[in-house]
Design a protein around this ligand. Structure first.
Ligand code: F6P
Length: 336
């Protein structure tokens, strides 16, 4: 017998019926983002055959060399979302300033932020990468949004999600009513609900951090990692495992499924930069997803989603994942 399949569209319509939090414009936005991610996923899958590997000669605002796929993914997201009438403006890791919707199209009531291709150092070596996105309300005045309109804490997000381009292509989405995971049926070209209501286990014995930076970390983080490395004979009395893919989307997807904690702390290398992860289009959407899945997300002191952003490309230290481990590392930051 044919198994009943729920598509992204059906899921969004039914969720709106029961919780009334996905108006039509938001549904269109999420469907178009989902479609753009299919296009990016298809380009990723072509690899060398699609001439998408390698770097351009340009750097983005973060001073990182842009990969061909960074630029292509950014273009795909911009072009797909420009005309729909549901956006006021967009912002991206790959663009210095915001991208207001052109006057050729009607303006809408949402703002879209994205990291078009997360984990781009993994592109050329065929390791999973992703797209992260966040949706905010645009100002109600009907005026063209400015950068200051994007300076909203994560708690104001209307929706957030990521696409993961791995052995399977996945879309993980929250609109503030739990977290759902869709798998791309590559033959049919449709997103099919495969994991409703993802929940992160509260406890974990797995952590993710780039431990080559150990010597640069601040004492609370060094203590936290040291205790876990001491294993069963140490203070914590159990062994821990470490995993670090180097694509936040991929590491977070593992954590969402089997628990764990993802850390990118601030360190002593560049005191003017708080770690590596960008607040508005990486940390906040992931924090929204994690909290909706029963986990926690802090910068070591405060809830990530309570931070008032000051700059579009602001960085923030992040500790996200299983609730009890995030609580422990956050506590260490306040202990002498
Ligand atoms: O955007 C930042 C990012 O690429 C994340 O996706 C990833 O987790 C991290 O940087 C990798 O950092 P590192 O190069 O220190 O391993």
């Amino acid at each position: 017998m044919r198994k009943k399949r729920v598509s992204l569209t059906q899921h969004l319509i039914e969720a709106h019926r029961t919780s009334h939090n996905i108006p039509e414009a938001l549904r269109l936005l999420l469907e178009v983002v989902g479609r753009a991610c299919k296009t990016i996923g298809s380009a990723v899958g072509k690899g060398a055959l699609g001439d998408i590997l390698g770097s351009t000669q340009t750097e983005n605002i973060q001073g990182e060399v842009q990969k061909k796929l960074d630029i292509l993914s950014n273009q795909i997201l911009l072009e797909s979302n420009e005309w729909g009438g549901y956006l006021g403006a967009m912002a991206s890791e790959e663009m210095e300033t915001i991208h207001p919707i052109s006057n050729d199209y009607p303006k809408g009531k949402y703002l879209l932020l994205f990291d078009p291709l997360d984990g781009s150092t993994n592109i050329d070596v065929n390791v999973s990468i992703g797209t992260i996105f966040s949706v905010l309300h645009a100002p109600e005045t009907g005026q063209t949004p400015s950068e200051s309109d994007f300076m909203q804490p994560g708690s104001k997000q209307v929706a957030a999600g990521y696409a993961l381009y791995g052995p399977q292509t996945l879309l993980v989405l929250t609109t503030g009513n739990g977290v759902n995971c869709f798998t791309l049926d590559r033959e049919m070209g449709s997103w099919v609900l495969t994991q409703p209501n993802l929940m992160i286990p509260e406890d974990t014995s797995e952590y993710a951090i780039n431990s080559s930076n150990y010597r640069f970390w601040h004492p609370p983080v060094q203590r936290y990692i040291r205790e876990m490395q001491e294993g069963a004979t140490g203070l914590l009395g159990k062994n821990f495992n470490m995993r670090w893919v180097g694509s936040m989307v991929t590491d977070m997807h593992r954590i969402l499924n089997r628990g764990g904690i993802f850390m990118y702390p601030a360190d002593t290398r560049n005191p003017s930069q708080a770690g590596r992860i960008r607040l508005l289009y990486e940390a906040n959407p992931m924090a929204f997803i994690v909290e909706q899945a029963g986990g926690a997300a802090t910068d070591g002191h405060n809830r990530l989603m309570d931070i008032q952003p000051k700059r579009l490309h602001q960085r923030v230290p992040v500790f996200l994942g299983s609730k009890n481990e995030v609580a422990r590392i956050t506590r260490y930051h306040s202990e002498p």
